[in-house]
Design a protein around this ligand. Structure first.
Ligand code: AHM
Ligand code: MG
Length: 357
């Protein structure tokens, strides 16, 4: 070392450089400690998801200046919801990115009634990508945060009528899951069953760079995140929980209208997100395969809990591709608190049913 070199400075430079070099694909390989074919596949799949995220982030960042980027298409999707131009664009981005990958045989999303097959990838690929291309679409036209949610599953059976029947399995079958949050910066959070890690898009490099490794959700947090406008439509247990947080110090409400943003906050700060069943939709609004299950996988990997209120969310087997479930997700203690209100009301209900002699 020359006499004018500062050792502390050079160590911190080295660390910074090392961090700058931890790209998503390298991280996947490091996590799996392998360069074998499966590890290469997962690394390539994550790389493709990252590319889709970059393309969507680019369009979102300029949407207000473009003709035809914002607003509705005039169509209604399989869920009966009005489709936005960004929904359609993002859905097509994922398809086109994976068409070229050679790895994914089919894609299933919120915007398509049945899975989209890429026959030329099927003999070798046999991975399925399930995704919500733009989650929180109501935020798009007002320049607030939105997200994409993704889940990768290995195709285990044949699907002769191409309706995705073999995808109707529980959430433990996911190989990888995560989300991309399009906020002040674009952040990709993922898990391949080895912890939860966040990458921030560095626009000058055009790369997602590791920004937070092994994220652990606090066991308890102050946030409760729910659309309280639906209070009148909830059952008593959910009203009991809401009254509880209103009457106890230490809780604060946060609800952005985009699940990904709300979950991101809870992942880092702790708390609970709820989308329970309502009078209009007994199973709530959120779809299991490409919204709730991937987020449940991620939150469990971070040490949290996800539940329908009566069942661990990852245990739920959907009855159809676009099946919905109530979702209660976040810090272990806060989810358990909500579950305790449900259990108590169920107990009272059972007691009422017992005939008195
Ligand atoms: P989307 O995927 O069609 O945008 O719907 C899902 C979104 C979630 O991001 C969000 O938590 C929820 O819908 C908000 O719904 P509501 O307006 O009923 O509170
Ligand atoms: Mg959604």
């Amino acid at each position: 070392m020359s006499s004018n070199e500062n050792p502390t400075l050079s160590i911190s430079h080295e660390l910074a450089l090392d961090r700058d070099c931890t790209t998503l694909s390298r991280h996947v390989l490091q996590q799996l400690q392998s360069f074998g074919p499966n590890a290469q596949d997962l690394s390539a799949l994550m790389n493709r998801i990252a590319l889709a995220g970059k393309l969507i982030a680019r369009r979102l960042s300029r949407a207000g200046l473009m003709e035809d980027a914002l607003g509705f298409t005039g169509d209604v999707n399989v869920q009966g919801e009005a489709v936005k131009k960004m929904d359609l664009y993002a859905n097509e981005v994922f398809i086109s990115v994976f068409k070229q990958s050679g790895l994914v045989c089919r894609l299933a999303s919120e915007e398509m009634e049945t899975p989209y097959y890429i026959p030329e990838n099927c003999p070798i690929g046999r991975y399925s990508l399930l995704y919500d291309p733009i989650d929180g679409s109501s935020n798009v036209d007002i320049n607030l945060n939105v997200g994409s949610i993704f889940s990768i599953r290995q195709q285990t059976g044949d699907d002769p009528d191409q309706t995705g029947q073999d995808l109707l399995q529980d959430g433990h079958q996911q190989l990888a899951a995560g989300y991309i949050l399009y906020g002040p910066s674009t952040v990709l959070v993922y898990s391949i069953g080895k912890g939860v890690h966040a990458f921030t898009l560095d626009p000058s490099l055009g790369e997602f760079i590791l920004s937070e490794e092994n994220i652990k959700i606090p066991r308890h947090g102050p946030v409760y995140s729910v659309n309280e406008g639906n209070f009148w439509q909830w059952d008593d247990a959910l009203r009991d929980f809401t009254r509880y947080v209103h009457r106890h110090e230490g809780y604060t409400a946060r609800y952005s209208g985009a699940l990904v943003g709300d979950i991101h906050r809870i992942l880092f700060q702790g708390g609970v997100f709820l989308y329970p069943g309502t009078l209009k939709n007994s199973q709530g609004k959120l779809r299991l395969l490409y919204e709730s299950a991937p987020l449940a996988y991620l939150i469990e990997q971070a040490g949290g809990r996800a539940s329908t209120g009566r069942q661990t969310l990852l245990d739920v087997v959907p009855t159809h591709l676009h099946a919905r479930t109530p979702l209660i997700i976040g810090s272990q203690e806060d989810v358990e608190l909500v579950e305790s209100f449900i259990e108590e009301r169920d107990r009272q209900h059972d007691e009422e049913l017992i005939p008195t002699s």
